[in-house]
Design a protein around this ligand. Structure first.
Ligand SMILES: C[S@@+](CC[C@H](N)C(=O)[O-])C[C@H]1O[C@@H](n2cnc3c(N)ncnc32)[C@H](O)[C@@H]1O
Length: 213
């Protein structure tokens, strides 16, 4: 994946970040070795960031849209309060299977509910109030996901959205490609939404951290 982070800066950051638990290290390694789309995995820097955010919030309910092989779900689940639950939605059956195998081996696995299928079909069925939502699935649905989940995010709850740089494509006008255009439209929708405050974070492929007022 093209990155806006220079190799030297990446190496510098990699030098200082705390290692994640052995199970997550194994999952990253195995995904990189065996999955043709391994670039989608959050990785250690972002994984540790997600874990930190979760430990700061100590959420009771977390929603993730886009499980992939389960890496970010495990990072986010690590900060759940004792009675907390994380729901994560994955469209592709093979990825869901992969993720579930790792959830089953994790001390947080019992707190993870893997929902197999299309997020568009699952979202109307979920009635929880969210402390934290991580949007990391199809970019063309980001604005729609944001509009759909926001009413169920508690006041002072958070939404994190991944890939807001879309491999740097958002910097080149006119925007080429539907994904870069969708990310731009999402950023505009967030900026124009009076119910939230937001800050872009230049970690990996860019995160948008959004707080509901
Ligand atoms: C970027 S990956 C997620 C990476 C993961 N969050 C991580 O950090 O390790 C995006 C995932 O979203 C899934 N996805 C795409 N469209 C979806 C949809 N409409 N509903 C549910 N999952 C979807 C893809 O199959 C893919 O596994």
């Amino acid at each position: 994946m093209d990155s806006l982070i220079s190799p030297a800066l990446q190496a510098y950051m990699d030098r200082w970040v705390s290692p994640l638990p052995a199970l997550l290290q194994e999952l990253e390694e195995v995904t990189r070795e065996q999955h043709p789309e391994a670039h989608m995995l959050s990785g250690a820097q972002q994984g540790q960031f997600l874990s930190m955010i979760s430990h700061m919030i100590r959420p009771r309910r977390v929603l993730e849209i886009g499980t992939f092989t389960g890496y970010s779900a495990l990072c986010l689940a690590s900060g759940l309060e004792a009675e907390g639950l994380l729901y994560t939605i994955e469209l592709r059956e093979a990825d869901a299977e992969w993720a579930q195998r790792y959830f089953d081996r994790s001390p947080h696995g019992q707190q993870i509910r893997l929902l197999r299928g299309n997020a568009q079909e699952w979202l109307p069925k979920l009635t929880e109030t969210w402390d934290l939502v991580f949007i990391d699935a199809d970019k063309t649905s980001y604005t729609d996901y944001f509009n759909k989940v926001l009413p169920q995010v508690r006041s002072n709850g958070f939404i994190l959205a991944d890939n807001i740089f879309f491999h740097g494509q958002v910097l080149h006008q006119p925007l080429s490609g539907k994904n870069a255009q969708a990310i731009w439209a999402f950023a505009e929708a967030v900026r124009d939404c009076a119910a939230v405050e937001q800050v872009p974070i230049p970690l990996r492929d860019g995160l948008m951290l959004i707080r509901k007022k």
